[in-house]
Design a protein around this ligand. Structure first.
Ligand code: TXA
Ligand code: MG
Length: 329
């Protein structure tokens, strides 16, 4: 069972250290309790998906203690600044174009060129983020498919030992996940992705323009639809047992016996043509590397396709295989 500790100066410092070490912390926010990890540490972010038992990689919200800190990770245009001034700190999440080389893990955005950002109103959340010194990725702190937690005990019951520490600060005031608005749509128009405590009318009022509804109802945007946004340019060949002529390799585990058709071994492929998600066969490390490595291979010129070695269909491997299947379509 994970430990529940009342949030105070000392426990916040302890939680911040856990986060800097790549651990997971149950974080109180005004909306719901979040399952927080260092958003710049791919392996830590991968642990979130593992703990939640998510069968696919849904992009996550990065939480900041101050809106000014967002500038180096995402592009805040005039509209984003307007919304920030009116609704932050508070239950509004904005999806913004991601800065290249932002330092955020690719897994946070599930490989998309955008990133979801929010400055929570809860004092403890902001103190924790400030103490950690990094943005915190945090979905709701519950197993996938179960109800969002609004108290520390909910988090403990749902996630058990998968979370390293739960910071307790009473019941979440709002009790409903944040409103999500996208300012990164193709035509530049603001789109409401998820309803929440801040209404679409309030947002439209501040922006002085209409806000489209991406999806009616109070549910989250379908991850399936989101993930179609990023598909590699090159064809993917899954469960490959060798490398065909002209292909690059995305490996997993030992490459010792991975041959290239026509002769030779994968390890002898030209520089950059052979990447390994995890030489030790560690699924957490593989998840953390997945999107970044797909991007890198996809940028290769004179490459006919990407052969992907088989990855076990257990634990995080289910989410990795789900993403690969979508990318291969
Ligand atoms: O209130 C909340 O927002 C809570 C607390 C902990 O802050 N967090 C939360 O996170 O609800 P999560 O991961 O359950 O929801 C994130 C939502 C999902 O609907 C996801 O699809 C969407 O934001 N999202 C995140 N990044 C996105 C992106 N780059 N593009 C489109 N949608 C994105
Ligand atoms: Mg959720």
């Amino acid at each position: 069972m994970s430990q529940i500790i009342a949030a105070n100066e000392k426990s916040i410092l302890k939680a911040a250290q856990i986060l800097r070490d790549g651990g997971l912390v149950g974080m109180p926010t005004e909306t719901v309790y979040g399952l927080a990890a260092d958003a710049t540490n791919g392996q830590a972010v991968a642990r979130i998906f593992e703990a939640k038992g998510r069968p696919s990689f849904n992009p996550l919200i990065s939480h900041f203690s101050d809106a000014r800190d967002i500038d180096c990770y995402a592009i805040m245009d005039e509209r984003a600044k307007l919304l920030a001034a009116h609704f932050w700190p508070g239950p509004l999440t904005m999806i913004l174009p991601r800065r290249e080389d932002s330092g955020l893990s690719d897994l946070v955005s599930a490989g998309l060129p955008s990133v979801a950002v929010r400055v929570p109103a809860h004092r403890v959340a902001r103190d924790l983020i400030a103490a950690a010194g990094v943005p915190l990725a945090a979905p709701s702190a519950n197993k996938s498919g179960s109800l969002s937690p609004t108290s520390p005990v909910h988090v403990q019951r749902s996630l058990g030992a998968a979370v390293d520490l739960i910071l307790a600060a009473g019941v979440s005031e709002v009790g409903l996940e944040s409103t999500v608005v996208s300012l990164a749509s193709a035509d530049g128009r603001p789109v409401l992705m998820r309803h929440g405590a801040i209404s679409v009318e309030e947002i439209a009022d501040i922006l002085g323009e209409d806000v489209e509804l991406w999806q009616q109802g109070d549910n989250i945007a379908s991850p399936g639809q989101l993930l179609k946004h990023y598909a590699p340019r090159l064809p993917l060949r899954l469960d490959a047992v060798d490398v065909r002529l002209g292909e690059a390799l995305l490996g997993f585990g030992s490459l010792k016996f991975m041959g290239v058709q026509g002769g030779g071994y994968a390890q002898d492929l030209p520089d950059g043509y052979c990447l390994n998600l995890s030489p030790d066969g560690d699924l957490t490390q593989a998840a953390a590397n997945l999107f970044a490595m797909l991007h890198r291979l996809d940028e290769l010129e004179d490459c006919a396709g990407i052969a992907v070695m088989s990855i076990p269909r257990t634990g995080l491997g289910i989410a990795i295989n789900d993403r690969l299947k979508r990318a291969a379509q």
